[in-house]
Ligand binder design. Structure first.
Ligand code: GDP
Ligand code: MN
Length: 385
């Protein structure tokens, strides 16, 4: 889960990272009030879960509260890389002398957290890595000891940071590292960390990616999830413990297991079809989760056929079959469905489905072929009507 800039910066600040004064506005009036409070010279920043907002015109300086109001009015409602701007952060404008990149991430190959920094801040770090990789400095952090001052100094020196800023740099780096550890983040990034005109460091931007698997122990962070940034289907999937990713095709898939789901998508493509989604209903799928999954799949208007591919292990074929039938009673649809069941109690499951006049298949290849054909037919019927 990614947090918004304003949320990330507040969490960084709680651990000692200096950030500009600022507040969030949802309309131009509010933006104006905040700008007045901050003295007029502000930066208006779109809060959307994507980078490169500056280049897209989603970060603008304002010289007065009036200007902040106008700019906020323009930025609110703007589309940035597919995200609609619903909030803007109004920050006190910084007097920027230099821009540094600073991040904490996990280096899996070393099984450690890593601090990554560069004097080429402000711009896309991927671009720096490609064009001037020598400008990126890395140090690994011992989890038992934490970030040592000599490590911060080494990085500060390598970046060419003036030595009177080294102490402050260690404070910022330590704060960012603490925030990174405390939130079970996979990435905590400040880009840019700026050197101000009066010779201090200030985190002007912030990004924090939290490991979803750790959210259960951070209810306060889980609450920060911005529901506006998720599609309704994604929200419903998450609430029902399903993994769902919408794609562009027309064949909906309901599969248990991520690997099997990927294989199913490949086989659909092999037979000339195009999957409408990735959906893993997980192990021990209940009738309720099958119903929720079917509802989500069918809410996508592009779906012209649905392929179920269920491998019974702990999940029993007969239970899945009953689940599908219950689901179909609740979710009315004329979209053709085909079920491929294998494993524990699969025969019983297929019998139940056949009795309910449902199309079943024994092999995945057969199921894919049936689904692709059924989708074509359904498409023609829809076109004709
Ligand atoms: P991003 O483009 O999504 O990464 O958004 P940033 O928050 O990093 O803003 C983009 C750029 O706007 C920064 O690299 C800065 O150069 C500039 N910027 C952001 N805040 C301020 C500010 O307070 N004052 C000035 N002068 N420039 C700013
Ligand atoms: Mn940035």
């Amino acid at each position: 889960m990614n947090l918004h800039e304003y949320q990330a910066k507040r969490l960084f600040a709680e651990h000692g990272v200096p950030i500009p004064r600022g507040k969030v506005a949802v309309n131009a009036d509010q933006a104006r009030e905040i700008a007045v409070e901050l003295g007029g010279q502000v930066v208006v920043k779109s809060q959307v879960l994507t980078g490169g907002r500056g280049k897209a015109g989603g970060v603008k300086l304002a010289g007065s509260a009036d200007e902040a109001e106008t700019i906020a009015g323009n930025i609110l409602g703007m589309e940035i890389r597919g995200f609609t701007v619903r909030k803007v952060l109004i920050d006190e404008a910084a007097d920027i002398q230099d821009e540094i990149y600073l991040a904490m991430l996990i280096d899996r190959s070393r099984r450690r957290s890593m601090m990554m920094a560069s004097s080429a801040g402000g711009v896309d770090i991927e671009q720096v890595a490609k064009e001037t990789p020598e400008k990126i400095v890395r140090v690994h952090i011992d989890p038992l000891i934490g970030l040592r001052i000599f490590q911060s100094n080494y990085v500060a020196e390598a970046m060419g940071l003036s030595s009177n800023l080294w102490r402050e740099f260690h404070q910022v780096a330590t704060g960012l590292y603490k925030a990174f550890v405390a939130t079970d983040a996979s990435l905590a990034e400040i880009n840019p960390l700026v050197v101000t005109g009066d010779g201090h460091l200030l985190a002007v931007d912030g990004k924090l990616s939290i490991d979803d698997n750790a959210l259960f122990r951070h209810p306060n962070l889980a609450e920060m999830r911005d529901l506006d940034e998720e599609t309704t289907s994604e929200q419903q999937a998450r609430q029902n413990g399903l993994t769902y990713i919408q794609l562009d095709g027309n064949i909906g898939c309901m599969v248990n297991g991520a690997g099997l789901a990927m294989a199913t998508m490949d086989v659909i493509k092999l037979y000339g079809g195009d999957p409408a989604n990735f959906l893993d209903i997980g192990g021990g799928a209940s009738a309720e989760s099958v119903t929720a999954a079917l509802r989500i799949i069918l809410s996508d208007p592009k779906v012209e056929a649905v392929l179920f591919n269920i491998f019974g292990g702990i999940t029993r074929g007969d239970e899945v079959a009953r689940g599908i039938i219950v689901a179909l009673e609740q979710v009315q649809s004329d979209v053709p469905l085909v079920v491929r069941l294998l494993g524990t109690n699969a025969e019983e499951g297929r019998r139940i489905l056949s009795e309910a006049n449902m199309q079943t298949a024994y092999r995945l290849t057969d199921a894919a072929e049936i689904a692709v054909e059924a989708a074509k037919e359904h498409h023609q019927i829809q076109e004709g009507s």
